[in-house]
Design a protein around this ligand. Structure first.
Ligand code: ADP
Ligand code: MG
Length: 323
């Protein structure tokens, strides 16, 4: 398969529950070998869209196309779902009293022992689970459970893996471990993957493309850089990072804080104001300034200003966004 071949596609998909529209005219494709993030706030319709992709739920309108063929209705099926498309729910589907290794091996029970052994080893490695291989699933941490569920699903060699909020409830260290495991799965197993998240930092860090979902509508699809640097509207701009607004109601511009620099020289500056607050974020300081009409934040590694001090700020015109 070539890199940009479409594996799974939603074509004008709409869904409502009762009288509430939950998804409106969704067009979205997953390309072969791609990690696609669906980013949206709680209630935006992310889980519903995944369930439609996984064939657990029918759309009211539109089609789901898998490798060029339209998937049939779920209605009337004895067992919903699709053998090549695996959905991992927010709740984990593990055998609590079996070990990590046994959980993964279960998915391989119809294969011969040698193949099963090799596959289990490979999946333990991909998911970074070697150190807990003999631990019972019920004793694992949230991150380890999530990775075991992914390894167990991968054992079935699905073409498409759908992950519903895999990063939720994980601390930063476990987010990174899970992110690496998902990346490795994509690189080594060539599995195409959609993951859903309400955290823009996870979407920006771990995906090839991001689809932003708001109130059941896709408002932007693009690479992390495109979505971050060229947001389709102010909602996407604010969802994906720090933002400063400049100008007035008729002419409004935005600029990311990291694009703003202080300067010593008033004549070289584009903006003059006073420091209002200084906040420590660990790997940088945020310095918030105001000129009465506008508030601007910028980031520094070191602080050499004080609250109340006058500052001159500058930025490149190319870094101004117009929405
Ligand atoms: P997300 O995963 O983005 O939080 P969901 O897809 O779970 O969003 O839900 C989107 C909207 O649809 C919410 O308002 C939710 O209450 C509603 N919803 C989800 N599933 C059902 C259902 N089975 N019956 C009725 N309403 C539902
Ligand atoms: Mg959800």
């Amino acid at each position: 398969m070539t890199k940009d071949q479409t594996v799974l596609r939603a074509d004008q998909v709409s869904k409502q529950f009762g009288s509430q529209p939950v998804l409106s005219n969704i067009n979205l494709e997953l390309r072969a070998g791609e990690l696609l993030a669906i980013l949206g706030e709680s209630g935006s319709g992310k889980s519903t869209l995944l369930r439609i992709f996984a064939r657990f739920l029918d759309a009211d309108q539109g089609k789901i196309i898998f490798n060029g063929e339209e998937l049939k209705s779920v209605r009337g099926e004895l067992i919903p779902g699709h053998e090549s498309i695996r959905l991992i729910h927010q709740e984990f589907e593990l055998f609590p009293n079996q070990t990590v290794e046994e959980n993964i091996a279960y998915s391989l029970r119809f294969y011969d022992a040698a193949y099963r052994k090799d596959s289990v080893e490979e999946l333990l490695e991909v998911a970074g689970l070697g150190y807990v291989r003999n631990q019972k699933a019920k004793l694992l941490s949230g991150g380890e459970k999530q990775r075991t569920a992914i390894a167990k699903a991968l054992a079935e060699q699905p073409e498409v893996l759908l992950l519903d909020e895999p990063f939720a409830h994980l601390d930063n260290q476990n987010r990174r471990v899970l992110g690496h495991a998902i990346e490795k799965m994509r690189n080594e197993q060539k599995t195409s993957c959609i993951f859903v998240t309400h955290e823009s930092s996870d979407a920006l860090a771990w995906s090839d493309r991001i689809a932003v979902l708001r109130n059941g509508e896709i408002i932007q699809v693009g690479t992390p850089e495109e979505v971050y640097n060229k947001p389709a509207n102010s909602y996407v701009a604010e969802l994906t990072g720090g933002i400063n607004w400049l100008g007035n109601a008729e002419k409004r511009f935005f600029i990311r804080p990291e694009k703003i620099k202080p300067t010593k020289y008033a004549e070289k500056s584009k903006w003059k104001g006073k420091v209002e607050a200084i906040r420590f974020h660990g790997n940088y300081w945020e310095i918030r300034c105001t000129n009465g009409a506008e508030t601007l934040s910028f980031y520094r590694n070191k602080v050499n200003v004080e609250v109340g001090q006058e500052v001159f700020l500058t930025y490149a015109a190319k870094d101004l966004g117009r929405i």
